[in-house]
Design a protein around this ligand. Structure first.
Ligand SMILES: [Zn+2]
Length: 253
């Protein structure tokens, strides 16, 4: 599947690591005034450029009742705006368009979902997957939805060590790989516990992930503080510590 990265040997991995600095400098999770963010998309894009990021993704909420969110009409306007920004800033940064979907069937009307619109985005994030505290649907239920989406789908700020504590990580990684689902590294304080990002509680999971074709993204879930756009340093350090350079989603976007 095109969502997956090709298999590379250990020698190739080592040889490639030198060239990865640019593609780690991404922030693929930012909310704008199209949903519950405080800043216009262009303010976020310009901030990302000023901070030297190579990729910036806007991911506004879609069809959720929990927060201010886009309906289908707004999503069409959003896609048009993002296309314009992608072209306007193409010399400075790669602008990507995504959305974030709440995996709760209580809060999100999955029957209204326009898959043709989702398929014109660059990627789709799902939050609260397998998260019982937030009534998020189980990963297995998500497959039916993901199957209808042709662009990469990812688990946003998932507290893996809590939400998948009863599941064998190798089995979990197998199904993520088979379904082309990527995993976000969220370095935001709002996606942390005991002052550490969730991914740092799942070292074993990510160490195993590095040996698979499952992809990872970096995002900060920016809402109200524009400086969060550049707050990726811990996630970048984590990518280097674990050796996830070969799994970066920017390889396929
Ligand atoms: Zn978010």
């Amino acid at each position: 599947m095109e969502r997956m990265i090709p298999y590379t040997s250990e020698e190739e991995r080592l040889a490639q690591r030198m060239g990865y600095e640019e593609i780690i400098k991404m922030n693929l999770h930012n909310h704008s005034t199209f949903s519950d963010g405080m800043f216009a998309p262009e303010a976020i894009i310009r901030k990302a450029i000023s901070l030297g990021l190579n990729y910036v993704g806007i991911t506004d909420h879609y069809l959720t009742r929990k927060v201010r969110s886009m309906d289908n009409y707004a999503l069409e306007r959003y896609i048009d705006a993002m296309t314009e920004f992608r072209d306007k800033y193409s010399r400075d940064i790669r602008v990507l368009a995504g959305v974030e979907i709440d995996a709760s069937r209580e809060r999100t009307n999955f029957d209204d979902m326009r898959y043709d619109l989702l398929n014109s985005l660059d990627y789709v994030l799902f939050e609260y997957v397998n998260d019982d505290l937030w009534e998020g649907m189980h990963l297995w239920e998500l497959f039916d939805i993901v199957r209808k989406i042709e662009v990469p789908c990812g688990l946003a700020h998932n507290d893996i060590s809590r939400n998948f504590r009863e599941i064998d990580y190798d089995a979990l990684l197998n199904v993520l790989e088979d379904n082309g689902i990527f995993v976000e590294l969220s370095s935001s304080p709002r996606n942390s516990k005991f002052s550490r990002p969730y991914y740092r509680f799942a070292m074993d999971f990510f160490t195993r992930l590095a040996k698979t074709r499952v992809l990872v993204s970096v995002g900060t879930d920016t809402h109200t503080n524009i400086d969060e756009v550049g707050d990726i340093s811990d996630a970048v350090a984590f990518v280097e510590e674990i050796g996830l350079e070969n799994n970066l989603i920017t390889r396929v976007l």
